[in-house]
Design a protein around this ligand. Structure first.
Ligand code: FEO
Ligand code: CA
Ligand code: CA
Ligand code: CA
Length: 676
């Protein structure tokens, strides 16, 4: 079927609405002069300028922290080789997953695969019911993690485990026999049930047989579907806050479902955090005047799939209309959207457990979350990007220390949420969004009675209000607006934190924020990857030093440090719109793309990078129309799982009339380490 029949919103990689009008451009004037001096423009490719100021990170680390713990980049390289041993593959337009010579790729767990209950068979004619979909793998696979089956016993199995994956959104055309239908302006309720069930998270118990073939463990009690309708607890400071009161949960303690789960993060205690990214699009309101909790996220008068129009008028569906009624908040769903926008903790080893929305990590368009390595007796630290144009990067530092023996989700309920400010000189600061912090409290007081962006700001009631309005709090704190932060990754050898900034075609245009040092490209269409090192290599530090790892783009695009091109892209590694990002257990960096699939880039892809040398090689190219998103390996790095989202041809089965999102298993024919 044609692309426009799928989800027209998602054809535009810049679909994320611009809802930040706060004009946080603290450094742009200083920067303009500076960038002019340092930049290098490539005249041949029109891909714009690719340059960075002289901020070599190895130098920063050595110069700025005398108390370095000896985990600098240099020592890390000695410990584990991060060299790339495979031959780069060319760009591809083939409708298949392409891998280097000596590797194999096999599709696994396509949408509709039965995993629980009565194991209803996938029907290629689209006639599976909502009840069937609740027992089958969801659509639009995204972030994913492999938990060794013996993890809780201290084991490290690479032959059996729980593969947990997100299902970000749906293709209604492929999901139903005849696409989405309406009868007298209403949606058939079983279509709505099926669409909600195709969202969420799958937990799949998988095992390798003696021949190395992976399969589902049928009947395993661990196999589970969590959907857009599963009951969840609200935890952290926003639990019980009146802005979360609903008819379903008059005390503001619970909600139903998780939606638009993009990326994720495994916690140090063996659970899975699913991110809620573009959740705003699932709600609609008729209200002319919308609360700031909706305005700052783009909740408007239409919903993406019209679930609120379900013809049976079930409470589970009408809740997506957040128009206030005549009564109080506990009579309707005016606050339902305030129960979304969080990181959701799921314990895959406890199939009866209720998922927990961790509000202390903030409410925004969470792309995912990445934890710093946990250290005994130290706070737990994790990072999360807000993927919309001109939004921010955040860090959470727990109040309580981590002890492996007792660690759990409670550590995520108390702590400090910070937002990043990237200074033009290569330094950075973490700004606390905490009313108990004197500086932040003073900024809030100063902003009260003024207009912040489009919002008439009348203060925060309490810390729960700050967290429910995280974006607004970050505006007030003076954070640096970024070019759509997507996934983050922490280098296991150096401790450096990397984030993809996928693109931002509005950057520097009239009426939008100017460039800044960390986002230096006007109308940034191809994106870049930024990285930083925390002061003293302590992830809980409140300052850091940053540089740009690589600018994406066409052949000839240079990343320049101190006047020297440290990366020049060529046929082996051109890419655009980096999105998925993951360090494997040896320290190779995997970069996935969700960008233009026109020439010269062609189909979306995954590349491997050596963080020491910035060598980058194309390792994988996906089938036609897809985005490549989600990657993890077994602990021995000999089986790799890669997710293919929204393919639009007959893939993976050329005889199936429907495209099916699927996981691709990549192995080396000689059984060796992937990428080595
Ligand atoms: Fe779901 Fe920002 O990608
Ligand atoms: Ca909308
Ligand atoms: Ca993404
Ligand atoms: Ca993306």
């Amino acid at each position: 079927m044609a692309k426009h029949d799928l989800d027209p919103n998602y054809l535009d990689p810049n679909y994320e609405p611009v809802v930040n009008h706060s004009e946080n451009t603290p450094f742009h004037q200083v920067l303009a002069a500076r960038m002019q001096r340092r930049s290098v423009m490539k005249g041949t490719v029109g891909a714009a300028l690719a340059s960075v100021m002289g901020l070599g990170l190895a130098g920063c680390g050595g110069d700025s922290d005398g108390d370095s713990t000896g985990t600098s980049s240099d020592t890390g390289a000695d410990a584990v080789s991060t060299e790339l041993g495979f031959k780069a593959i060319p760009v591809s337009t083939a409708n298949q997953a392409v891998v280097p010579e000596g590797y194999s790729a096999t599709a696994f767990l396509p949408w509709g695969t039965p995993i629980t209950g009565s194991y209803p068979e996938y029907r290629p004619d689209g006639t599976n019911t909502g009840a069937d979909q609740e027992q089958q793998i969801g659509m639009h696979h995204d972030g994913m993690h492999f938990f060794p089956i013996d993890l809780k016993a201290g084991g490290n199995s690479s032959t059996e485990g729980l593969l947990v994956m997100n299902h970000e959104y749906i293709n209604q055309g492929a999901l139903h026999a005849n696409g989405a239908t309406y009868v007298d302006g209403m949606r058939p309720s079983d279509e709505v049930r099926k669409e909600i069930a195709a969202h969420g998270v799958s937990v799949v118990h998988i095992k390798q047989d003696a021949n190395g073939i992976w399969d589902i463990v049928f009947g395993s009690p661990f196999n589970r579907r969590i959907t857009g309708g599963t009951e969840m607890e609200i935890r952290g400071p926003a639990r019980g806050y009146h802005k979360l009161f609903t008819r379903f949960s008059p005390n503001g303690n619970r909600t139903r479902g998780t939606l638009n789960n993009c990326s994720m993060g495994p916690t140090p205690w063996g659970t899975y955090l699913a991110a809620e990214e573009n959740w705003h699009g699932y709600f609609r309101t008729s209200a002319e005047v919308r609360p700031r909790e909706q305005v700052r996220h783009g909740v408007d008068n239409t919903s993406r799939y019209d679930w609120e129009l379900a013809d049976n008028r079930a409470d589970a569906y009408v809740r997506f209309d957040v128009t206030p009624g005549a009564g109080t908040a506990t009579d309707d769903y005016r606050n339902e959207a305030n129960t979304y926008g969080y990181m959701v903790e799921i314990d895959p080893f406890n199939p009866e457990s209720t998922p927990q929305k961790r509000t202390a990590l903030g409410r925004f368009g969470h792309e995912g979350v990445i934890f710093a390595p946990a250290k005994e007796g130290q706070p737990v630290v994790c990072y999360s990007g807000d993927d919309s144009r001109f939004e921010y990067i955040y860090k959470f530092v727990s109040s309580k220390p981590y002890y492996a023996a007792t660690a759990g989700g409670y550590l995520l309920d108390e702590g400090t949420l910070y937002v990043a400010r990237f200074n033009d000189d290569g330094s950075g600061e973490w700004l606390p969004l905490d009313l108990d912090d004197a500086d932040f409290a003073a900024k809030v007081t100063a902003a009260t009675g003024t207009t912040v962006g489009d919002i008439a700001f009348d203060g925060f009631e309490n810390q729960a209000d700050v967290l429910v309005n995280t974006r607004l709090a970050a505006d007030i704190a003076g954070a640096t607006t970024m070019d759509r932060p997507e996934w983050g990754a922490v280098d296991p050898n150096s401790g450096e934190v990397y984030f993809t900034l996928t693109n931002n075609s509005s950057r520097g245009r009239e009426g939008y924020d100017d460039t800044n040092a960390a986002n230096p490209i006007v109308e940034n269409r191809t994106g870049h990857i930024i990285r930083w090192k925390e002061a003293g290599n302590d992830h809980a530090a409140t300052s850091f030093e940053w540089d740009i790892f690589v600018f994406a783009g066409e052949q000839g695009t240079e990343t320049v440090v101190d006047g020297e091109a440290v990366v020049t892209l060529d046929d082996d590694n051109i890419f655009n719109s980096p999105d998925g990002l993951w360090f494997d257990y040896n320290g190779r960096l995997w970069i996935q793309t969700d960008g233009s699939d026109a020439a010269p880039y062609q189909n979306n892809m995954m590349l491997a990078a050596n963080p020491e040398t910035r060598e980058i090689k194309r390792f994988f190219v996906g089938p036609v129309g897809c985005e490549v998103t989600g990657v993890v390996t077994t602990p021995d790095v000999r089986t790799m799982f890669v997710n293919i989202q929204h393919p639009d041809g007959h893939w993976p089965d050329s005889s199936d009339p429907r495209p099916r999102d699927a996981t691709v298993i990549v192995t080396r024919d000689d059984g060796g380490v992937i990428g080595a």
